[in-house]
Design a protein around this ligand. Structure first.
Ligand SMILES: Cc1cc2nc3c(=O)[nH]c(=O)nc-3n(C[C@H](O)[C@H](O)[C@H](O)COP(=O)(O)OP(=O)(O)OC[C@H]3O[C@@H](n4cnc5c(N)ncnc54)[C@H](O)[C@@H]3O)c2cc1C
Length: 378
């Protein structure tokens, strides 16, 4: 891949940079509800300016931009330290999955309200007994009179408490082999059969939830793809999740490294050879993360969907972010356990990086088997 930007790409980047300078609302307010409303307003502003769903088709409210422009957008958002959008899961996974596997009617129904943040999405995949081995999931959907009736439980469902729609993976054929008996649904969260219970994290936030389904209903037209094809659709979702992270995360770790260097200077340890060596190593790793993000993009440009290479930046990002925040805590010394610093928050939040979106061990298996072609474990 040629890493030089074309004149059009440079113009796009400059225009976006100028827009961000004018419009970036700055840091989020504290408190889960206030932060959510702030992110929703921010996403609406981005959408009004044509900066939501960049690579989505124009007819569904996107900008029809190239994947390179989408990558530039993610980099610039991170560089400007712009806040998160409210509908991250809809933008990164829900929309791309509907675009890849949905009918025209489904695209017309769901895509625009994702962009405007009028309808928030969540991802109901993991269950108490099924995380890494996702295909073993037990939540069941049974067809009856033209609709599906869902019973079961999901867990770790990020933003379920704000969501209108849930990307739900459920078992619809208990006799088929485990990967073949699954169907991918879009479930309306606003109904009696759905209960959402918040889970509080080590950071104090309650970003994610448990979800309980007691005869929740899904109309047949909310199946994505065909019944029994859920695994294929789920894999598209997960690959978009990992690829979507890559560019923004490459820039955010570079910014965090700059802050770490400032911290080392402030605390008078910037001349310590061991600290310098660790920061240098992190810088090298951050650079390979950026180049691997381009590797994933090259695959997506050739094949239309992200490939298994997307697992590599996700693994690298979690390693780097954890090592970086651990080093910051060491440099802060006896102040490290105080909860009054953004470093403490980052250190605690980084613990989840090697679990969310697929654990590092699972990503290594994917890279071994599907990128390097090594023999399968099972
Ligand atoms: C912040 C956060 C947000 C999340 N948001 C969502 C969400 O919105 N929707 C959703 O559906 N899920 C979500 N998850 C769940 C996440 O996808 C799962 O936690 C993850 O897939 C791991 O599953 P598990 O927790 O059941 O762990 P397990 O699968 O039980 O794994 C336990 C340990 O065993 C290891 N392991 C398991 N199998 C293997 C193997 N074959 N080879 C080697 N090691 C193995 C794992 O790497 C891990 O260290 C979120 C998780 C976090 C932390």
């Amino acid at each position: 891949m040629d890493l030089t930007l074309s004149p059009q790409e440079t113009a796009f980047r400059d225009e976006l940079r100028a827009w961000l300078e004018e419009n970036n609302p700055g840091p989020e307010p504290s408190g889960d509800d206030a932060a959510f409303e702030f992110r929703r307003e921010w996403q609406r502003k981005l959408h009004a300016a044509g900066y939501a769903g960049l690579s989505w088709p124009r007819e569904y409210g996107g900008r029809g931009a190239t994947l390179i422009e989408q990558a530039i957008f993610n980099e610039e958002m991170a560089r400007a330290r712009a806040p998160m959008t409210a509908n991250v899961l809809g933008l990164v996974m829900g929309g791309p999955v509907v675009i890849a596997h949905g009918t025209d009617e489904q695209k017309r129904r769901w895509l625009e309200p994702i962009l405007s943040a009028d309808e928030i999405w969540c991802q109901g995949f993991s269950e108490p007994e099924s995380g890494s081995d996702l295909a073993s999931l037990k939540t069941k959907a049974v067809k009856s009179n033209g609709e599906w009736i869902v019973t079961g439980q999901k867990v770790w469902t990020t933003f379920a408490h704000e969501a209108k729609w849930c990307m739900l993976l459920a078992r619809t054929d208990t006799d088929a082999p485990k990967h073949r008996g699954l169907t991918y649904f879009i479930l309306d969260m606003e109904q009696e059969g759905v209960q959402v219970r918040p889970l509080r994290q080590i950071t104090g936030e309650a970003e994610f939830n448990e979800l309980f389904f007691e005869e929740a209903r899904i109309p047949d037209e909310n199946v994505i793809g065909q019944p029994g094809d859920g695994w294929k659709v789920a894999i598209t979702t997960l690959m978009h999740e990992r690829a979507g992270l890559a560019f923004g995360s490459a820039i955010s770790v570079k910014i965090a490294l700059g802050e770490l260097i400032e911290l080392a200077k402030e605390r008078g340890v910037a001349d310590d050879p061991l600290i310098r060596q660790r920061i240098g190593q992190l810088y090298i790793e951050a650079e390979t993360l950026r180049l691997n993000a381009y590797r994933g993009l090259t695959h997506q440009m050739k094949h239309g969907i992200p490939g298994p290479e997307g697992s590599l930046p996700k693994w690298q990002w979690s390693d780097i972010n954890q090592a970086l925040t651990e080093l910051a805590m060491e440099i802060r010394g006896e102040e490290a356990p105080l909860a009054d610093s953004h470093w403490t928050y980052r250190f605690l939040r980084a613990r989840a990086n090697s679990i969310e979106g697929g654990t590092t061990e699972i990503l290594k298996n994917i890279i071994a088997e599907r990128v390097l072609g090594l023999p399968r474990m099972r």
